[in-house]
Design a protein around this ligand. Structure first.
Ligand SMILES: Nc1ncnc2c1ncn2[C@@H]1O[C@H](COP(=O)(O)OP(=O)(O)OP(=O)(O)O)[C@@H](O)[C@H]1O
Ligand SMILES: [Mg+2]
Length: 237
């Protein structure tokens, strides 16, 4: 059995974060790949690293994130995350990879409208053998961690943009991911809320030691990351 992850919840368990190694990644949409989007992307991120990806709308940022998170299959080139070669995983292995390794914060939140904030987070807690009461307790803990203890019973329509984004972050973190992929997590927020959401992701990264990749249009926010790359004409600059 592996050593306990965090017996002393020390700040920055760097070994925990997943390393990313991407090379020669090509990706195209449409019949016969008529719409090339990624044209040879190379990217290395160290375990526990913090990377910001910028680029104009349509540059392929969400596509790249979907490839890193195993949501889109690798057509050509190689994507290694935490030592796994994603192209070599079968459907079941990919599903486990997405559940156990990745925390995805979607561009449009991706919350279920019929469920409360608490239930949305609870749904992500797919730990085998965990009782309903325990899932509920952990979901409540996660909501408290993102400062939303008082909003647990609210449905998405009764939450502000910044609150929705924080529920989405709590849900993404539910299974203690080694890699958090956040697609424009501050896109619809005012400056203050955007900064708070980013600070929250940064704090969680520092506490948990996960690797963090953030897509953002906002140059100022991108400056906060340890490293910045820009996606232009299908390659990273
Ligand atoms: N499933 C798909 N089928 C066909 N084309 C797609 C698909 N998904 C994305 N595209 C196209 O691929 C290109 C890149 O899309 P992507 O969503 O990755 O861009 P983006 O950089 O995230 O843009 P934005 O900043 O607007 O979110 C766009 O031209 C888009 O229309
Ligand atoms: Mg996008």
């Amino acid at each position: 059995m592996a050593a306990p992850l965090s017996r002393v919840e020390t700040v920055g368990e760097r070994d925990f974060g997943a390393e990313i190694r991407v090379s020669g990644l090509l990706h195209a949409y449409g019949e016969a790949g008529r719409l090339p989007v990624l044209r040879g992307v190379d990217l290395d991120v160290e375990p526990g690293g913090y990377l910001a990806i910028t680029g104009v709308s349509g540059a392929g940022k969400s596509t790249l994130l979907a490839l890193l998170g195993g949501l889109e299959s690798v057509q050509s080139g190689s994507v290694m995350v935490g030592g796994r070669n994603l192209a070599s995983l079968n459907g079941r292995e990919l599903a486990h990879f997405r559940r156990d390794v990745i925390g995805f914060v979607f561009q449009d939140f991706g919350l279920l409208g019929m469920l409360t904030a608490l239930e949305n987070v609870e749904m992500a807690l797919s730990l085998a053998g965990v009782s309903r009461a325990e899932r509920r307790r952990r979901a409540a803990e996660l909501l408290a961690e993102v400062g939303l203890a008082g909003r647990a019973s609210h449905r998405p329509t009764a939450l502000s943009g910044g609150e929705l984004q924080r529920v989405a972050i709590a849900r993404a973190l539910a299974n203690r991911p080694q890699l958090v992929l956040a697609d424009e997590p501050t896109g619809n927020l005012d400056e203050d809320s955007a900064l708070r959401v980013l600070e929250l992701l940064e704090r969680l990264r520092a506490e948990r030691g996960c690797t963090l990749v953030v897509v953002t249009h906002n140059q100022e926010l991108a400056e906060r990351a340890g490293r910045r790359v820009r996606l232009t004409r299908g390659t990273l600059q």
